[in-house]
Write a protein that binds this ligand. Structure first.
Ligand SMILES: [Zn+2]
Ligand SMILES: [Zn+2]
Length: 167
């Protein structure tokens, strides 16, 4: 091995616990044998584990999608009243205690769920979502942009402010 691989044995990544390295490599990274909380064994390379790209055997996304189907997130379903509320900053919260980003009372920001569905993967905690029209409750997928972190998001706002001053 050219470089010494990081020992991840016993570490947790979302629902996954790294059991041990395999002799396999994926894009130059060690592939780890991992056990998911649901009991499945899965194989994930160290980069995807460390970056949080893979956080379950696949059961997490299935659950997320099943629940989204039930909630009809983003639509104004008049038949469904419970489990959806607006916080003091004007953001929509969805009751979703199984979601890895759920806060203390089990609510998740709706715009994060909508973006996760659009991207087909869970958002990393540091990723931020911007509302193009400035309305925090407009969670239509086309109204949302993802930024890798708060710094990128702030830089984008500064650029928007400059354009506003020039015009
Ligand atoms: Zn699983
Ligand atoms: Zn923003």
């Amino acid at each position: 091995m050219p470089r010494k691989a990081k020992d991840l044995t016993g570490q947790r990544f979302g629902r996954l616990t790294a059991l041990g390295p395999t002799t396999k490599r994926a894009s130059g990274k060690v592939v780890w044998e991992c056990r998911c909380d649901c009991g499945n064994i899965t194989y994930v390379n160290s980069r995807d584990l460390i970056r949080g790209n893979t956080r379950s055997c696949g059961c997490l996304m299935i659950e997320v999608n099943r629940r989204k189907g039930r909630l009809r997130i983003g639509s104004n379903n008049p038949n469904w009243k419970g489990g959806r509320k607006i916080n003091k900053d004007g953001y929509v919260l969805i009751y979703f205690p199984e979601h890895p980003a759920a806060q203390g009372k089990g609510y998740v920001l709706e715009h994060r769920l909508v973006i996760e569905e659009k991207l087909g993967r869970p958002l990393r905690p540091e990723e931020q979502v911007h509302h193009i029209d400035g309305n925090p409750a407009n969670n239509a997928p086309e109204n949302l942009i993802v930024f890798a972190n708060a710094g990128r998001h702030r830089a984008y706002h500064r650029k928007l402010d400059l354009i506003a001053e020039e015009t």
